[in-house]
Design a protein around this ligand. Sequence first.
Ligand code: KIV
Length: 281
Amino acid sequence: MVQKCTVKDIMAMKGQGRKISMLTAYDAAMARMLDDGGIDILLVGDSLGNVLLGYDSTVPVTMEEMLHHARAVSRGRVRALVVGDMPFGSYQAGLAEAVTNGVRFMKEAGCDAVKLEGGEEMCDVVRALTRAGVPVMGHVGLTPQTAGQLGGFKVQGRDIESARKMVADVKALAEAGVFGVVLECVPGELAAIVTRSVDVPTLGIGAGPECDGQVLVINDLLGMFGKFTPSFVKQYVKLAPQITGAVAAFRDEVENGIFPAPEHTFSSKTDFKILLDEEQS
Ligand code: KIV
């Protein structure tokens, strides 16, 4: 039996100097492939709003949409820790509602933990969730749900004042009980300082190599999201043109009667000609 990765295991990796790998997953088949690839954490990110559902941002994503995909990812995972991303509006209106929604990720979708965006101002929510038994991952720097307030999708913490605030935010979140923090779009030198200032692991996305782990959106890594590829993404393969090429070849073969060939067609020993005779009589 495969030993499932736990929150404790993830936290221990920082002390052991072992880097943590985290990728987004939105369905069972992909979750299985990422798990087979040895990924430590599968994040059911609200980025599914952009990359799967065709929204312009993560803001419209609902709890029901998140739970639907989180259930699928939980069914596909074997070893990895599954983290459900709390969508915009599901944890801001009050502690009771935040706890109800956090618990739903665990009870109804089989997640091991949740992630939410924000710094010091979210510490009460983090405390309420962890008290209720829901492990929480934080997310600071560029927080896409509130990108408008940050002046758009920009690198965060470029000046001393905002850098100091980021260090304070991450320390406060760690004290409130998060088991890890995503640092998104943060200068590498600042991410290194933040990483050294807390005992909990940092997971960088556009935050340089000094973080305790790295996270990417799977569709970006696979070259499957044509709209926009951020500069911090490394595309390990470019699947979009390969997929377009394959479906164009299929369409071509269908139009020209090449597909299906005999090897793609079922046959039977039954003499069906009798049906032809019946049709003609
Ligand atoms: O929703 C998401 O995919 C995320 C990652 C960018 C960390 O929050």
